[in-house]
Design a binder for this molecule. Structure first.
Ligand code: 48F
Length: 260
């Protein structure tokens, strides 16, 4: 006989355990789009304790729908090694251009990242940053349902040695930070420079260059990096997002190894 209450108990106990385990982490990543997930994978592979927070019910951000709901993604040859690392099938379309199925791509990215050891909490929104001695050292979170219904309920705080803003075009964590601590980013003006119009060639190169620390212990990755550093968008080519996730993982891993 199946016991309804045992099912409830299993869910509550196991989720609460996870929540307690991930109250402090090596790296907390805001946003489970392609760049955030990829960053989580490479850091977890190094044995780091990684938490990815996603506002929506589904992970994957802008990857599911390919371009204008034609659910194919394009990846340039420079990033193909990441598709191969994950075992995502891609087909050569023209020299230097590969095409993959968007559903296979994002579901595989997610599955391998979780199996590498990263924890993903969906339905949780990052609403603030935790800062001590002018260093980001955690995130402030609440249920997305609380945010959506605008209920007056206080959030909870998580601690992390490093934080990655991978929230995409809206660059939400960096935006909150500027609102709270002023124009003190590592950008030429100290402020968010804002995303520029479509230019895939430049956008793809820039997104990797712009993947870096933007405030002590806070990194930007993916489209957020271009939004913060004033670079173009690039549409449904995803190599830059994957390379950005790869790069931010490498940069943070170096810092974690150094212990500062
Ligand atoms: O937008 P998204 O896919 O970001 P990305 O990894 O990739 C960008 C591409 O999808 C595409 C593109 C490539 O050519 O331009 O747009 O940079 O994923 C960002 C995720 O972050 C979540 C959001 O729901 C999405 O799944 N997110 C945004 N704000 C928050 C958040 C927040 N405050 N808290 C938690 N999750």
């Amino acid at each position: 006989m199946i016991d309804d209450i045992l099912i409830s108990r299993a869910i509550i106990e196991e989720f609460s355990k996870d929540l307690l385990t991930y109250l402090d982490t090596d790296v907390a990543i805001a946003g489970a789009g392609p760049s955030g997930i990829c960053a989580g994978y490479y850091l977890s592979k190094q044995g780091r304790k990684v938490l990815i927070l996603e506002r929506k019910l589904s992970v994957g951000g802008g990857m599911w729908g390919g371009g204008m709901m034609f659910n194919k993604i394009v990846v340039q040859k420079e990033a193909r090694f990441i598709l191969e690392e994950f075992g995502i099938v891609s087909r050569r379309y023209r020299q230097g251009y590969y095409v993959a199925d968007a559903i296979e791509a994002i579901s595989t990215l997610c599955s391998k990242t979780v199996k590498a050891g990263a924890k993903i909490f969906n339905l949780i929104s990052v609403e603030d940053v935790r800062i001590e001695r002018e260093r980001v050292n955690g995130l402030v979170v609440n249920w997305s349902a609380v945010e959506m219904s605008a209920l007056h309920i206080d959030p909870l705080t998580l601690s992390a040695k490093f934080v990655v803003d991978a929230t995409g075009h809206s660059a939400e964590v960096v935006r909150i930070l500027v609102k709270k601590v002023g124009k003190n980013l590592f950008t030429p003006t100290g402020d968010i420079l804002g995303e520029k119009p479509m230019w895939a060639d430049k956008g793809e190169v820039d997104v990797v260059k712009n993947t870096r620390e933007v405030y002590p212990n806070l990194y930007v990755a993916g489209m957020c990096a271009n939004a913060v550093f004033g670079a173009p968008r690039m549409g449904p080519i995803f190599g830059g997002m994957l390379l950005s996730g790869y790069k931010v993982a490498e940069e943070i891993e170096k810092r974690l190894k150094k212990g500062k």
